[in-house]
Structure formats: structure tokens, C-alpha cells
Design a protein around this ligand. Structure first.
Ligand SMILES: [Zn+2]
Ligand SMILES: [Zn+2]
Ligand SMILES: [Zn+2]
Length: 801
């Protein structure tokens, strides 16, 4: 089948015909019309078509014009395209005289990327707000340069019948745009207009006597503007569930304290910061102190939530991000969101994933009505089905470099490269903030952020997303990789799944995976000194690790092993998991380990603890009752936050550590006092790993507190002391091993102050220092590291025959 012929003028000189196989993100990004225009401009004949590997192009014409085409193909590619490779071959002339776009070929092995969802482009935004345009205020306009992709796609090749737009038949005007190679909407798969496309409507209590929405849609009056109604409800302090690109958001006026508090109460989420969407960059500058890099990051296509310092005069309700100096801000990325902000009265909206605590985000209309009925006052719905759940991505700037905290919308399903070939494999990740990875060849495909795998809904989301990505990329895993922790739901699930398919499975130690991820992203096969500063992960000795200095190599005879060169000394964690939720327990464990009398009035006062409770904990520690030992760096931060800030109990993950970093945000980096530096102790005759101890730090910290030193100074000194301790450990590891490369990873590297202090300090020592950029250093990046270790093992086994 051929479409869109274009006459080729006759030309002189020797002719050449070339076939080009282009791989990368080249479908659904306006690549075919771009190539068509290029071929017409260069007066070449031939064709272009999508295939499951990317696109195939044949061009024929004078040699110099074919070469010009080849150059321009890569230099002028459309903004959302990413060319990974072009393989070309000269073939005999076919004596054609026109260039055509041909229908997709669905055969062959899949290796093309489905594009990620893209934010509304400037051209579409102009049309959206132009009263003369036929798409004026139409919330689903898009073009080849923007719009939803991954979240509306069932499988590839990325064509309309494979998306949730399949049920909308284009009107004549839309079809004409879709068929016209010179139009911005040529083959824009989600192309739509008010005549033929999806629509929005509102379901609200105002129209209903009870909180039962079933059948409610039929009762609504037809002549109203649901978007205006949404704005009015938001401005009056109501909570509206708004269906977006990757799921529903719960929206509320971010400047209205009462409204934000009501949302928190209904969501049962009291401390965790909420993301705020503002109209544009100027509005973002009004609420946050933005650096140039942060401004640039806000405007990048994934439109991530960016953590930035909140202005005192921001006007944003205090309860949006209580206890911390940052705000997660982001800009509108869907036409519907632009329309909400088109009303000048709307300044800033809390836009938080519509879910209960760590459950998956709601995507389906009925599901949302059911699950959110006790939270939302109204629902702004639409009938373009979301096929893949996808939260907003979250980023921050560490040392002026963007770092991913949550990799989701706008990034998924773009591939992350691997430094060596991998067999088809599945790495299932960890327990909290789960992300899995499918790998094949030189590419790893990370799932979107899936949340915690603690409950059935979490596991269902995991299965759903896995099914989809396996299908999309036609990857049938031959190996399954999981964490070493026997108690993780992901571990037992992985083993069962592998057993059902008769597949081998590989366990990878948590912090080993964190370091391998960092090495692989930078193409380092090793050896490297790994600083894995983290919350918790299961160690090879059955204890809970998290403050580790590891020697890792991916090119040795056995990449599954590593050397534990040093670790934070073990301290008791009275109550196990309870000590994570209640940092005062961790503080007591740490102070006990540092030799303090934890029942003394001074310590009891510091921990705000009752003598009886402290005594019980001390007995647990001494009797080793429900008191695992941990070398976790995250837990050390928790303990210090409990003592310095009185943060005895947390209600979201890493809250204490985040507040401690926030407390020091205005302090200089060189606030250090040498007594705060953690000390490296020799492993001794046992020949075990060296240990890093915090006793001296605790003494200095308590003496500062007695002198009435500012908590912010103490927090700054503590950060510097931790950094100094690990830099010193790395320097000693270098003396012993001669390794000059440091790879840093683990959840504590989200702490910008710590990451900056470590990097600058290590570089001053002459180290080459690497940190993760395109993969999260936290547990969101764990599965990528697991995949790397497994692929390295398999590669090296093969090499040995
Ligand atoms: Zn557009
Ligand atoms: Zn239409
Ligand atoms: Zn971790």
C-alpha cells in the first residue's frame, strides 16, 4: 500500500540507491514526515516505513544528494526522536521517480522504543488558546511533536489501532491533517478535535444526593463547561480528582491552607510533601528560588517535578511541604492543565497522585470513582483510556547535575544502555519504591515507578506493567534476578515465576546492585571503590547493611562477588522495622553502641522518652530480642535527626533524614568540626572488613547540644563528618588496593548536601568520582544494577567457555 506520492524531478549524474535501517526512538515522533520532507527537498525517490525494529528508508538519486540526505537525517531529526544507529547498504536502482510513505510492517524482532509521553508543544499551546482555531480550548489536542504516547499504547508498532485512540474515528478535517505529509499532524496517532475526539465531563457532589457516583454521569446537565466548573470548585477549596496522562491527580488550591489540610486528612497523609503545579516559569520563580539549571530542568520535556528552595513569600500553604525548605514544583504538560491555568485566578495547584499512601495511581474512571470517593469532592473525567499507569517523574539538582528521584512519565519506556550484551532477563528490584528492569542486548528497559510491593494492589500493578513491557519489547526472560533478601515479596514472586517457567534465578546483594548500577551507567567495568550509602538492604551475613565501602568489578572472573572493604559499625535496631518508623529507637540504639547511659535523664530528655520505654529497649538490645544489627547510613541520619530535631517518629520514608538535610540548607559546606568525622577502625585480627565508627561524632554532637549550638550548625557538621569518614575510608582503600575510581550510590545520595560534600572531597583527594544520573541512586535504580550484575556474570562465564 502506498500513500502520499510526490513527483521527483528528473536529474543528471550517476544515481545511487541506498537502504537505511534506523534504530532508536523513531516512531510516533514525526520521523516519517520529517524524512518525507527531507527526501522531497533533496529530490530523492524511494520510501519510508515503520517496522518493529524502527524505520526502514530507501532513497534513490544523485550520489551527492543521497549523501546530503544521510547527513541531514541525523543533524535535523525531530525534537522527540533519538537515533541510536543507522545501518546502510547500497542496492540496485529501482527506477522510481517519487518518494512514498508505506504502511507499517508488523513482522520482525522488536527493538524500537515506544516514545515517552511528551508535554504540549508551543504550536499546540498557541492553538489551544486561540479563539479562532478549531481546537480552541480542546483539552486533547496534540501533534507529532507532543502528546501522550506510552500511556495510551497497547503494543508496537506505534500506530493508532494499537492505542486507546483506536475507538475514535477521525473526522474529515483530522483525517486530512493525518494524511498530509506537510502537516504537523501527519501520522500523529492521537490526533483529535472537538468533533471526533475524546471529551471531558465532570461528576460532582453538587449534582448528587449521596457519595455514590454510579450512573451519575447520565444525570448531568449537558450545557456546562466542566473545566470552568473544575476551576470554580478548586477556587472554593474543593478537592477535584482530575484525569491526566498517566493517571488521576488529586488537585486542590495550593494557596489555601484549609483545603490542603482537608486533602491530607482525607488521604491520611500528614507529612509527605505534595507537588505543586504552577502556570509557567515566571510563576515558578515567584514560589521558588530557582537556579538557572533548575529553570532549565523544569522546562525539559518530561516536565518533571523539581525540588527547589521555597521562597518565604511564596504564598503556598505551609502544609504543602511541612518541615522542609523545598517545594516540588512542576509546569503544566497536558492541554487540560494549561486550561486550568488559563484562568488568572488559579495561581498554584497541589497535583498529587490519586492514590491512598503507596498504592498505585488510579487510571480508570470507575476505579477512580470507587477508590477516591472518600477523598475527592468532584471528578473531572475523560474518555481517552489510560492504558499504562505512570506517575510524574521527580528530579533534583545535585551539584548542578540533574538527578532522578522517581523515573516515570516522560522517561518510560526509553531504554537505558548497558555496557555489555545481556541475554533476555528480568530483574525484579527490591521491596519499596519498586521498579523492575527487562534487559536484552545492550539495552535495559526500566518500568515506571511502581511503588511499594507490600500489598496486593502493588503486586498487581507490578504484574500488569511487566506483562505490558514484555509484550511491547517482545522480551521473554531467560534469567530472573532478585534481591538477596529472603523475605521480600519480590524475591518470593521472582522464584515462583522462574520456577513456573523453568528458568534459572540469580540473587544479587542489595548494595552490590546499587554500585553496579552506577558503574554500568558510566561504562566502568571496574574495579571501583563503591560507597553504598543507603537505608536498608539484606547483607551476605544476614544483617541489615547500608553504610558500605565495597570493592566491585564487573570484568573479573566472578562479578557476582565483591569485597566488603569496610562498613559502618553495627548498631542495634531495637524493634526491627519499628525502628525505621520511630527514629528515637535508632537514636537509643546508636547512643547505646557509643557507650552512653541511655537511661540517664539527659538522654531521656533528648529522646523525649519515658524511662520505662528506654529501659524496655535497652533490655531488648542486651537480650538481643527483636533487635537486628544494622550498618545503615540512613538509620544513622534518622538517629541524629531524632536527637537534634526531636523527630522521634516519621510518617513517610526518609522523613527524618530529609528534615536534617533541610535544617542545614542555609549553612556553609565548611561548617565541619573535625571531631564529627566518623572514624575508620582496622578490621583487626579477625581479618573481617574494617569498620567506621560514630562514637566520637556522638560525643561532639552531644557536647554541642549542651552548649546550645544551633541545630542547623550541628546538622551541617554532621553531614561534613559523615562525608569525611567515608572519604577517609576510600583513601585508605586506595592505599591498599590501588583503585582510584569511586562509584557512589544508595538512597542517601538523594541528600544533595552529602552527595556534594562527598564528591568535592573525593575529587580533592584525586579520585575519579561517579554518580548515577539517568537511573535513581535509590531503590528505584536497584533492578538496573541487578540486571548489570547478572549480565556481567553470564558474559564472563561465556568468555571462560
Ligand atoms: Zn504539538
Ligand atoms: Zn476531528
Ligand atoms: Zn537501597
Amino acid at each position: 500500500m502506498s500513500e502520499s506520492p510526490s513527483k521527483r524531478e528528473s536529474c543528471e549524474g550517476p544515481l545511487r540507491r541506498e537502504v537505511l535501517a534506523v534504530r532508536g526512538v523513531v516512531q510516533g515522533v514525526g520521523f516519517r514526515p520529517f524524512v518525507f520532507r527531507l527526501a522531497v527537498e533533496e529530490k530523492l525517490a524511494g520510501f519510508i516505513g515503520n517496522d518493529t525494529g524502527g524505520v526502514t528508508i530507501e532513497v534513490e538519486g544523485p550520489v551527492e544528494r543521497v549523501e546530503a540526505f544521510r547527513r541531514r537525517l541525523e543533524a535535523e531529526a525531530p525534537p522527540l526522536a533519538r537515533i541510536d544507529s543507522v545501518v546502510s547498504q547500497i542496492i540496485p536502482s529501482k527506477q522510481e521517480n517519487e518518494f512514498r510513505i508505506v504502511a507499517s510492517d508488523a513482522a520482525g524482532q522488536v527493538s524500537t522504543g515506544i516514545p515517552a509521553d511528551a508535554a504540549t508543544c508551543a504550536d499546540c499551546l498557541r492553538e489551544l488558546l486561540d479563539p479562532a482555531d478549531r481546537r480552541y480550548r480542546y483539552p486533547f489536542l496534540n501533534c507529532t511533536n507532543c502528546g501522550p504516547r506510552y500511556t495510551i499504547t497497547r503494543s508496537i508498532p506505534y500506530d493508532r489501532p494499537q492505542t486507546s485512540m483506536a475507538r475514535f474515528k477521525m473526522c474529515a478535517a483530522c483525517q486530512a491533517e493525518y494524511d498530509d505529509p506537510t502537516n504537523r499532524r501527519f501520522h500523529a496517532q492521537p490526533n483529535a478535535c472537538p468533533v471526533c475526539g475524546p471529551r471531558v465531563w465532570m461528576v460532582s457532589y453538587a449534582n448528587l444526593p449521596t457519595r455514590d457516583f454510579r450512573g451519575a454521569e447520565a444525570n448531568l446537565p449537558s450545557c456546562y463547561d466542566p473545566i470552568q466548573q473544575t476551576i470554580d470548585l478548586l477556587l472554593s477549596g474543593q478537592i477535584v480528582a482530575i484525569k491526566g496522562i498517566g493517571g488521576f491527580h488529586l488537585a486542590v488550591d495550593a494557596t489555601n491552607e484549609t483545603a490542603v489540610m482537608r486533602l491530607r486528612e482525607r488521604k491520611h497523609r500528614y507529612g509527605k510533601p505534595l507537588a505543586v503545579m504552577v502556570r509557567d516559569l515566571d510563576a515558578a520563580r515567584e514560589v521558588c528560588e530557582l537556579t538557572g539549571e533548575e529553570e532549565a530542568l523544569l522546562q525539559t520535556n518530561p516536565r518533571p517535578i523539581v525540588l527547589a528552595l521555597r521562597r518565604a513569600s511564596s504564598g503556598i500553604a505551609e502544609s504543602v511541604a511541612p518541615g522542609i525548605p523545598w517545594l516540588g514544583v512542576f509546569l503544566p504538560y497536558a492541554p487540560l492543565q494549561h486550561l486550568l491555568f488559563a484562568d488568572a485566578r488559579v495561581k498554584a495547584l497541589v497535583m498529587t497522585s490519586a492514590n491512598l499512601s503507596e498504592e498505585p495511581i488510579a487510571i480508570d474512571n470507575d476505579e477512580a470513582l470507587q477508590r477516591l470517593k472518600h477523598i475527592a469532592d468532584a471528578f473531572l473525567m475523560h474518555d481517552r483510556e489510560i492504558l499504562q499507569r505512570c506517575d510524574d517523574s521527580v528530579m533534583s539538582l545535585v551539584d548542578g547535575t540533574p538527578q532522578l528521584i522517581r523515573r516515570a512519565r516522560g522517561f518510560v519506556p526509553l531504554a537505558v544502555p548497558l555496557p555489555f550484551d545481556s541475554p533476555p532477563l528480568l530483574a525484579v528490584g527490591g521491596h519499596l519504591k519498586n521498579v523492575f528492569t527487562l534487559a536484552r542486548g545492550r539495552f535495559a528497559y526500566q518500568s515506571q515507578h511502581l511503588g511499594d510491593l507490600e500489598n496486593v494492589t502493588g503486586l498487581e500493578f507490578f504484574r500488569e506493567a511487566l506483562q505490558h513491557l514484555m509484550h511491547t519489547f517482545e522480551i521473554e526472560p531467560e534469567v530472573v534476578v532478585h534481591d538477596l533478601h529472603p523475605g521480600y515479596l519480590s524475591t518470593s514472586w521472582a522464584k515462583e515465576w522462574a520456577a513456573e517457567r523453568n528458568l534459572p534465578f540469580i540473587a544479587v546483594q542489595h548494595h552490590h546492585a546499587h554500585i553496579a548500577a552506577c558503574m554500568a551507567e558510566h561504562g566502568i567495568e571496574g574495579p571501583a571503590i563503591g560507597l553504598s550509602l543507603d537505608g536498608t538492604g539484606y547483607g551476605t551475613d544476614g544483617k541489615i547493611w547500608g553504610g558500605e565501602v565495597l570493592i566491585v568489578r564487573l570484568d573479573g572472573p566472578d562479578p557476582s562477588s565483591f569485597e566488603r572493604w569496610a562498613h559502618l559499625d553495627y548498631v542495634p535496631m531495637p524493634g526491627g522495622e519499628a525502628a525505621i518508623r520511630e527514629p528515637w529507637r535508632m537514636a537509643l540504639g546508636h547512643l547505646h553502641a557509643a557507650g552512653f547511659d541511655v537511661e540517664s535523664p539527659e538522654i531521656l530528655k533528648l529522646l523525649d522518652a519515658k524511662p520505662r520505654d528506654a529501659r524496655i529497649l535497652e533490655r531488648m538490645i542486651e537480650g538481643e530480642l527483636n533487635t537486628p544489627l544494622t550498618s545503615s547510613c540512613g538509620r544513622l541520619f534518622d538517629a541524629v535527626a531524632a536527637v537534634v530535631l526531636g523527630r522521634g517518629v516519621v510518617d513517610y520514608d526518609a522523613q527524618a533524614a530529609i528534615e536534617l538535610e533541610g535544617c542545614a540548607v542555609r549553612e556553609d559546606d565548611d561548617a565541619g568540626r573535625s571531631e564529627y568525622a566518623l572514624e575508620l577502625w582496622d578490621g583487626g585480627e579477625s581479618a573481617g572488613p574494617n569498620v567506621i565508627r560514630a562514637d566520637r561524632m556522638w560525643k561532639a554532637l552531644l557536647s554541642d547540644l549542651r552548649c546550645g549550638e544551633d541545630p542547623s550548625r550541628i546538622a551541617a557538621r554532621f553531614h561534613a563528618g559523615v562525608a569525611e569518614g567515608f572519604i577517609n575510608a576510600a583513601a585508605n582503600a586506595r592505599i591498599e588496593t590501588g583503585i582510584n575510581t569511586v562509584a557512589m550510590s544508595g538512597g542517601c545520595l538523594h541528600n544533595r548536601r552529602l552527595a556534594r560534600l562527598l564528591r568535592t572531597g573525593l575529587e580533592e583527594e584525586g579520585f575519579q568520582v561517579f554518580q548515577l544520573r539517568n537511573v535513581s541512586p535509590g531503590d528505584g535504580g536497584l533492578s538496573y544494577g541487578q540486571a548489570v550484575v547478572a549480565a556481567a556474570m553470564i558474559k564472563n562465564r561465556k568468555a571462560e567457555g
